[in-house]
Structures are given as C-alpha cells and as structure tokens.
Design a protein. Structure first.
Length: 126
C-alpha cells in the first residue's frame, strides 16, 4: 500500500482542521480534523451537491464551536467522528472517509494518507 505524507502531527493543532491538495489539482481534496490523539479524514466533497468543496476559505471546515464539519455552500453539518450528516439537506448521507495513519518516526509523528479508503480516522503505528 502506498502512502503520501500530509503533515507533521504537531502541525495540526488539537480541535482544528486542515485541507490538502492530494491530487495536485490546485484545490484541496482531503480534509483532516484532529481531536486529541486522533485524526479524522474525509474527502473534501459534500454529498449533497455533487462533490462541492466544503470550506469557505482555506482550512475553514469546522463550525464556530468546533463541534461539526460544515459545508459552507449550504450549511450542512457533519459529525466529526462518523462523517454522518446531522443537520441540513443531506440527512441520511455522510462524508466519504479517507484512510490515514499517524506514524512514529524518530522524534516526530507524521500523518500519512493511504490510497485505499478506510474508516476515516488515523490509526497509530509505531
């Protein structure tokens, strides 16, 4: 399985989100959210409007209180842990999870993306 380095774990602050252009298209295609020691990863594509990008500006994926991922195109809210829509026009749908891992390497931890689609949360490897 091939992997792509996204960022150092410590460069993703707890309770924050970041987007990444994993395909080199000039627009973020994957979003990460960190909660404590876990990282949740999803495709940056709202299921309601044919894959519409969700951030209203770079890395702005979370609600004001940081409790939900938000599609800023139409206000849908998604559970950070499961990706399920909890409010808005896409109830019953969910974000597409992306497989990532947190790898321990020497004195740093790296968040890496795997090509296969997984559960959407980072697993610790050491």
């Amino acid at each position: 399985m091939s992997a792509q380095h996204l960022c150092d774990f410590d460069d993703l602050p707890d309770g924050k989100s970041r987007g990444f252009d994993t395909d080199g298209r000039g627009q973020d295609t994957v979003l990460l959210v960190r909660r404590g020691e876990r990282v949740y990863a999803y495709r940056d594509a709202c299921p309601h409007l044919g894959g519409t990008p969700m951030a209203w500006r770079k890395d702005a994926y979370l609600s004001g209180d940081g409790q939900h991922i938000v599609c800023h195109a139409h206000g849908a809210r998604f559970d950070i842990v499961t990706g399920a829509c909890v409010l808005g026009p896409c109830l019953g749908q969910a974000l597409e999870p992306v497989s990532v891992s947190v790898l321990e390497q020497a004195t740093q931890r790296l968040v890496v993306l795997h090509e296969d689609v997984g559960m959407g949360k980072a697993e610790k490897n050491g």
